[in-house]
Ligand binder design. Structure first.
Ligand SMILES: C[S@@+](CC[C@H](N)C(=O)[O-])C[C@H]1O[C@@H](n2cnc3c(N)ncnc32)[C@H](O)[C@@H]1O
Length: 200
């Protein structure tokens, strides 16, 4: 009986591991290690064992190893250490975005969307919101390199993770100060630390 052909990725051990662990109903580690109260948006403690149980269920040994290594206090993940890791990872993502000219590509897409909206007779102010903005690279890049503000487009970023928003606001302030126009960040009422809206 002829053997079934190997899938094209079979020769690559990393790809084999990734594909074996992939399951659309399996959430990402980063979605599980930070939790917020959906009503108040306050940060909630996360029991490490609860996260491990999720990946035990999927038999995902790689994820189990990664979660095991996360710092904890009395069984709960150390929120401060986790925040530090998130910020470091997002700095690295910003470096990659810079290297791959992500800003100009986002601007190109946004320009087309805005032109379409304007072509329908909408002349008033618009707001572009980056949902899940992390440390706000897209919004900060657009604010620093494009004339969107003069074209009546307000730029804003929102993220569930307050540590990332805090870092986004810090970087935006530093960039705005460098541009010699130290204006305050605008934060919507009742949602402190959840959004950035740098003046362009
Ligand atoms: C992969 S990161 C991308 C960050 C950023 N857009 C970038 O390109 O660097 C996804 C971000 O979405 C945020 N996020 C996930 N679910 C969210 C939600 N329901 N509302 C707001 N932000 C969310 C996470 O906190 C995380 O910062």
């Amino acid at each position: 009986m002829p053997l079934a052909p190997s899938p094209p990725y079979a020769a690559c051990s990393t790809l084999r591991l990734v594909i074996a662990a992939w399951n659309p109903s399996q959430r990402e580690i980063t979605d599980l290690i930070v939790q917020h109260d959906p009503r108040t948006l306050e940060r909630l403690p996360v029991r490490k064992q609860q996260v491990l149980d999720v990946f035990h269920k999927f038999g995902n040994r790689q994820a189990l190893r990664a979660v095991e290594a996360l710092p904890e206090r009395d069984g709960s993940l150390d929120a401060q250490a986790i925040d530090g890791m998130f910020v470091t990872v997002h700095w690295e993502m910003q470096r990659l975005s810079e290297e791959f000219y992500h800003g100009p590509r986002v601007h190109e897409l946004l320009r087309a969307v805005i032109a379409t909206i304007r072509s329908q007779g909408v002349a008033g102010p618009l707001r572009a919101v980056d949902v899940g903005c992390g440390i706000g690279y897209n919004i900060r890049w657009l604010a620093a390199h494009t004339p969107l503000a003069e074209q009546g487009v307000e730029l804003a970023g929102v993220d569930l993770n307050s540590a990332l928003i805090k870092e986004a606001a810090r970087l935006a302030r530093a960039e705005i100060c460098r541009a010699n126009s130290c204006m305050a960040m605008r934060f919507p009422r009742n949602t402190p630390g959840r959004s950035i809206s740098p003046p362009a």
